[in-house]
Design a protein around this ligand. Sequence first.
Ligand code: NAD
Ligand code: WQD
Length: 338
Amino acid sequence: MKILLAGGAGFIGSHTVVELIQAGHEPVVVDNLYNSNRKVFERLKAITGKDVCFYEADVCDAQAMDDIFAREHFDAVIQFAGYKAVPESVRESVKYYRNNLDTTLTLLECMQRHGVTRIVFSSSATVYGPIEESPLVETMPSAGPTNPYAWSKYMNEVILRDAVVSNPGWSVALLRYFNPIGAHESGLIGENPLGIPNNLMPYVTQVAVGKLPHLNINGTDFPTPDGTGVRDYIHVVDLARGHVAACDYLFDHTGCEVINLGTGVGYSVMDVVNTFERVNELTLEKVIAPRRPGDMASYYSDPTKAKNLLGWQTEKTLDDMCRDSWRWQKNNPNGYED
Ligand code: NAD
Ligand code: WQD
């Protein structure tokens, strides 16, 4: 299948390029490089041996996207393009709504004009909202998103669900990712956050490489076994393989499915820190800090539906995630910059 990866130069998109090629598909990337770097394509060639087709364009640019759709004749679309920093989404809500909705709406109009009927969407576990009873199952109603980023994902889900109703014969997978970490085991591609990271693993690796002085452990008084927050960390390569499985599924099914992509296992902040230190034989500077406002104690998936519907389940361990995240950061202290 020829598959458009909108936002495919980023963290999850670049790993999905590798897995799609290895599964015999033909990925085509469109990205405006807002949060990515064209050097990723040299790295992708080193990993896969292939020149990946790349268009530098804004996915909200309907004319540019129309031209690309007319030229490429896609079999399916994966929609990664969007902004993803939760605190920034609170400060710059209009910017987030504009980009995170416009990218999808522009793609859907192009799909209608060019007869493309399959789309995989990067949704997020954050759509479930503040539910204190994990595991989270797709049938649970949302408790209401708590920030503009989360709302933008929720709204995208509504738009895509309605698009299937108005376009019978379309197939849509709304993939709710839990906490993607890790990197390709080559150490050539990985997460490259803008500025100071918001998320745990890129913060840990930047402390380990000496770019940040210490790690804040945000909250040690949660009702969890060791008092720190519990999350469902998923290796980005497993996550990327989930997209390959979703594309295969969409090929011979119609309708709209919400699907969790997680491991089903919760690890605490201290589990991650201890594992990172053990497998990489180093020690992190740590400071006990207050909880971040709005953080849940425990948040993890029930991944049964993905297994039953897609025949997909995770294979990599927390050791793999910590080893691979560190290899990427150690080999590329400044990401894709020299
Ligand atoms: P990322 O920022 O690394 O990748 C997103 C890519 O989209 C970037 O390369 C960026 O340049 C591009 N982009 C943004 N707006 C664009 C536009 N208007 N036109 C063209 N390209 C545009 O993020 P990621 O971690 O790879 O996440 C991919 C998707 O998955 C995002 O939609 C994100 O919200 C979602 N998601 C991520 C996580 C996570 O923790 N990483 C969790 C759940 C969901
Ligand atoms: C994990 C745990 C923190 C940083 C976020 C988004 C969510 C989704 C995934 C996109 C928590 C603790 C963190 C630090 C810490 N993204 N922590 N010190 O909050 O589960 O989810 O990313 O859709 O929308 O909200 O992930 O990595 O930020 O935090 O102690 O410096 O690590 O308190 O318990 P989170 P996270």
